[in-house]
Each structure stands twice: as structure tokens, then as C-alpha cells.
Unconditional design. Structure first.
Length: 578
């Protein structure tokens, strides 16, 4: 049993409680801000790591929600201290927010470690903010609670519901085919994202906030609440109140992120029809806690857990508000029954099984019964073979069934501009069963592993009515995307992985039921090509990009920086307080 905190043993007391010169300086600077001893003496100081910015539409409401979190902290007898952090706007940051996920994780960890805080509320939601903040907080080790941004309102266009991301691809193909004019396109642009909040499809944002909840890091039900719902305001204040109690209880991340809670997160992700990005992020989050969870664990769950959340893009109709009204994540987890381990402790201080008591499904078409899933296996599959000895990931529940077993010619592209020019060429030599390949788009090659994996269907095939084909890359894919896309091919081409040896015209065989991905090229020819291969020049000769390239791990290991792995023993020492 962890020993409860007392006012004297609060971490912040090391800054403020001593009768010495350094503590005098700390107290005087707090007083410079209009505060007094009654604000900090004997009170837990709670950091709000806020990823709000004017370049982050998903978190636009966080300026207000921070006030709600602070209200909850003060109600519980704590003192709030807001600390701004990188916002990682998925829609505006180039080349990819994935390049900066680890930078935000480092920033969150160091903000916590270097400031006089006893606990932390992590304010995130847009794709990479969830794993980054959680990774940093796990490494910092103080009591933490995650406050998800919530999904935006559903999109709307001429009487139809639009799903952010997913319908962009759908309508873009129709525009390329000549079926949508400029006026309609502008209407879709103005109707697809209508409020603050992250994507309202089961994209990466909804996947990762749900994973955080399934791992026990949020208040029960928090991840499902829409951003503009009044319940979201109340949830934000609840986060503030609860984290103060967590400080007194000394409930730290090591008690929450365990092999059982990580497995629960994986099971839940599969049942939701999760984003392929879940693989990289959950592996990285688990590793920060010293928990081993890898591709084989994902694949095993994928064979056992059916997809029961009928949410686009895996589902056919519904969006996240429908999921919330149908009972939300608690209802889905309760419906999974014995597949969920009820024992892991959550931020409530109680086992997750208790938090699922009385959860009900209110719409059996949105959250399906186990005997009527939208897909009989889990959302993801891991393929291996001579093209991906360390694994590649795909989402079979969101691709055309006839492509689950396919053999075709490879059309290989070494850059995104080269690929885009070719797919826009109406005379491209391409057939529906060919395999489009984009390489040099992985963690180092991208750089940062951009979401380029949903390669556009060649215009020649679009005009023939083709809407899906096999696509292969060492890049990632947006969680809002769909189709027969095989991603995260590891090792990536930029470090000499087998994908670097593939050439246009080679035959590529895909067997999803058999979990195989192979190029049908003999070993002697591959050895000859390997001897000729030359590594590409680095993208960044200096700065964070150079550090990232030097230390990033491959996709199958979570793409974290190797220098951020947990250290054995008691961990990183606290800073000296003079």
C-alpha cells in the first residue's frame, strides 16, 4: 500500500516550505504574481499542461476548459498552475506531427519535473497529443489524469452527415472523377468540421483518447463526451477535483499502467475499429512504463476480438456523437465481458471493473452485440515476410474484401511528389490488382513517418470506377482513412529495409488471413540489389530533426527516442533544491 501524502511530504513543499534563502526566493516570486501563502502552503499544486493554441482547431475550447479544470482543483483544496505546451495541430503542422510527438513527450516530462507541482492534468486530444502527454507523465511519475478534448460536432452537407477525414478522401475521389464541381467542393469544406474538438470519426484522436480511458487514465466515460456537450465542462472540473485527491493518495502512473491495463487498452482498441496509429502509440506508451507489448500482441488480439463499434471509417453510418449517446466507451467495454480484465486500478482509485458496473448499451446497431459484429476479427492485422521482416500493419475491416489476398505488379515511388504526379497521369500503366508502393516515408525517411500511407488511387482507375487497391508504404495512415493500405513496413527503406530493394514490375503477394507480405524476387537478385543500395542523405543536419534521426526507433518499437527508455532502479532523480 502506497503511503499517503501529508502537507509536509508534498513535492511542492521542497520549493516553498523551508526557512532558507532559496525558498524565500520561490515564495517571493509567487507573491510577485499576486499570490500568498494561503495559495500554496499545505496545498497540492497541480499543473495543467495545456496544448491550446490558435493553430490547433481541435483544442480551441481548451482556453475555457482550463478555467473549468482550475475551478475543480480549487474546489478540492489545490492550487492550479497552467503550463502551456506544444499543440501539435494535426491539420496544420508539416511534415508530420509524428516528428514532434517525442518532443512534446520530452516537454511534458521536463515541465513536470522542473516545476513545483504535485500532480498534473494533461489536456490533449488531437492525435499525437494523447500519447505524447501520457508518455511524458509516465516518465515524470507524479499523479496524473488525462482530460480528453472530445470529438467535434458531426459534419453536414446537403442533408448528409460528414465524417472528418474519411469523407475528404471519398469526395476527393469524386472530384477527381469530375462528379463534384467547385461550388459543391466549397460547401463540403465549410461543412465537414463545424466546431472545436477532434475528429468525430474513429480516427487516431478518438482511438487514442479511448485507449487512455481503457488504460485507466481518465475519469470513467470521459473519452466519449463531445467537446461541445455541457457534460464536457463538468468532466473538466471533475478532473481537477480528482487529481487533488490522487496527490494525497499518492496514486502514481506506475500503479495504473500495468501489463493488464495495457492489454485492456489493446482489446478495446480492436473492438472499436481503431486507427493503425494505435500500434505505434500504445507500444511507446507501454514501454515508458516498462511494459512489454508488441506487434505479436496486437495480432493475437486482432484474431480474437471482433469489431463491435459501428463507427466510420470501419463502420458504415455512425459517428462519435452516436457512440456517446449509445452508451460510449464504458458500454463497449462492458459488452466485451471477460475479454476485459476487471482488476487494473484507474485514476478513480478503484478497479476498472467497478467503473463499468451498470454501463448499458442504448443502441445495438452502434455498439453491436458480440454475436453480430461489423467485422468478425479485430481492427488490425500484422503481416510479415521478406518485405517486412519486422512487421507491417493494416486495417482489414476497412478495405475491400477481395483485396485481402492479392498478387500484382509493384509500382514503386521514392517520394510523395513522384507518386502524386504518377497517379494524376491518365496514361499511367496500372491495373486494379497492382500494388502502389511509396517508400522513404518512415521515421527517418519521411522524416517523422508522415500520414502518406493512403496513396491516392490513380486517376485512370478512378475513372474506371475503382475505389480501392493494395497500397504499401513505410509511412503511416490517418486513422480517418480506409482501404487496402499496408503500413509501417519495418525496417523502413531509409535504413536499408527490404522495401528499399523492391522495384517497379516485381510481383508482390499479400495474404492477410495468412499474415504474409512478400516480394516474389529470388534471394540472389535481392543480394545484388542490397550491395548496390545507397542510404539517402539526412533531412536535418542540425537541431531537433538531427537528434530525432539519430535516436528514433523503428515503427515496431513505437518510434520513441532510445534515450527516453526507462532506466533501471529508482529512476531519474529529482532536481536538487538548494
Amino acid at each position: 500500500m502506497t503511503e499517503r501524502k501529508t502537507p509536509e511530504t508534498l513535492r511542492s513543499a521542497r520549493w516553498f516550505a523551508k526557512d532558507d534563502m532559496r525558498s524565500f526566493a520561490h515564495r517571493s516570486r509567487m507573491m510577485q504574481m499576486g499570490l500568498g501563502p494561503e495559495d500554496w502552503a499545505g496545498r497540492p499544486i497541480i499543473a495543467l499542461i495545456n496544448t491550446w493554441s490558435e493553430a490547433q482547431p481541435c483544442h480551441l475550447h481548451f482556453r475555457d476548459r482550463a478555467l473549468d479544470v482550475k475551478r475543480g482543483i480549487q474546489q478540492a483544496g489545490g492550487h492550479p498552475m497552467e503550463l502551456p505546451a506544444l499543440s501539435l495541430s494535426e491539420s496544420l503542422v508539416k511534415p508530420s506531427t509524428m516528428l514532434y510527438r517525442n518532443l512534446l513527450a520530452m516537454e511534458a516530462e521536463e515541465l513536470i519535473r522542473s516545476h513545483p507541482v504535485d500532480g498534473v492534468v494533461l489536456m490533449g486530444g488531437c492525435d499525437k497529443t494523447t500519447p505524447a502527454l501520457v508518455m511524458g507523465a509516465i516518465s515524470a511519475g507524479v499523479p496524473m489524469i488525462y482530460m480528453p478534448a472530445g470529438p467535434m460536432m458531426r459534419g453536414h452537407y446537403r442533408g448528409r452527415s460528414l465524417g472528418s477525414g474519411s469523407d475528404i478522401w471519398k469526395y476527393w475521389d469524386e472530384r477527381r472523377a469530375g462528379a463534384i464541381d467547385d461550388k459543391e467542393w466549397t460547401e463540403i469544406e465549410g461543412g465537414i468540421a463545424r466546431s472545436p474538438g477532434h475528429c468525430m470519426t474513429m480516427g487516431t484522436a478518438s482511438t487514442m483518447t479511448a485507449i487512455a480511458e481503457a488504460m485507466g487514465l481518465t475519469l470513467p466515460g470521459a473519452s466519449s463526451i463531445p467537446a461541445m456537450d455541457a457534460n464536457h465542462v463538468r468532466m473538466a472540473a471533475g478532473c481537477g477535483r480528482r487529481v487533488v485527491d490522487m496527490v494525497w493518495e499518492n496514486l502514481t502512473p506506475d500503479a495504473l499502467v500495468t501489463p493488464a491495463s495495457v492489454r485492456n487498452a489493446g482489446v478495446t482498441a480492436m473492438a472499436m475499429g481503431c486507427s493503425t496509429n494505435a500500434v505505434i502509440h500504445l507500444i511507446a506508451m507501454a514501454r515508458r512504463a516498462g511494459v512489454t507489448f508488441g506487434l505479436d500482441d496486437f495480432d493475437a488480439l486482432g484474431r480474437d476480438v471482433p469489431v463491435i463499434a459501428n463507427i466510420r471509417p470501419s463502420g458504415d453510418r455512425y459517428l462519435m456523437e452516436d457512440f456517446y449517446l449509445a452508451g460510449g466507451l464504458r458500454a463497449l467495454m462492458a459488452r466485451l465481458g471477460e475479454r476485459i480484465d476487471p482488476s487494473p486500478i484507474t485514476v478513480t482509485g478503484r478497479p476498472i471493473g467497478e467503473t463499468l458496473t451498470n454501463a448499458q448499451v442504448h443502441d445495438d446497431d452502434v455498439i453491436r452485440p458480440l454475436d453480430n459484429p461489423i467485422y468478425p476479427e479485430g481492427a488490425l492485422a500484422v503481416l510479415r515476410g521478406n518485405l517486412a521482416p519486422d512487421g507491417a500493419v493494416m486495417k482489414p475491416c476497412a478495405c475491400a474484401p477481395h483485396l485481402l489476398v492479392n498478387e500484382g505488379r509493384a509500382l514503386v515511388f521514392d517520394s510523395y511528389p513522384e507518386m502524386k504526379a504518377a497517379t494524376d497521369d491518365p496514361d499511367l500503366d496500372v491495373e486494379p490488382n497492382d500494388v502502389l508502393v511509396l517508400r522513404n516515408a518512415g521515421p527517418i525517411g519521411g522524416p517523422g513517418m508522415p500520414e502518406w500511407g493512403m496513396l491516392p488511387i490513380p486517376i485512370k482507375l478512378i475513372r474506371q470506377g475503382v475505389r480501392d487497391m493494395v497500397r504499401l508504404s513505410d509511412a503511416r495512415m490517418s486513422g480517418t482513412s480506409y482501404g487496402a493500405c499496408i503500413l509501417h513496413c519495418a525496417p523502413e527503406a531509409a535504413v536499408g529495409g527490404p522495401l528499399a530493394l523492391l522495384r517497379t514490375g516485381d510481383r508482390v503477394a499479400v495474404d492477410v488471413p495468412g499474415r504474409r507480405l512478400d516480394m516474389l524476387v529470388d534471394e540472389a537478385e535481392l543480394a545484388r540489389r542490397r550491395a548496390e543500395w545507397v542510404a539517402p542523405a539526412p533531412h536535418h543536419p542540425r537541431g531537433y530533426g538531427a537528434i530525432f534521426a539519430r535516436h528514433v526507433t523503428q515503427a515496431d518499437q513505437g518510434c520513441d527516442l532510445d534515450v527516453l527508455a526507462p532506466v533501471p532502479g529508482p529512476g531519474i532523480p529529482e532536481p536538487d533544491i538548494f
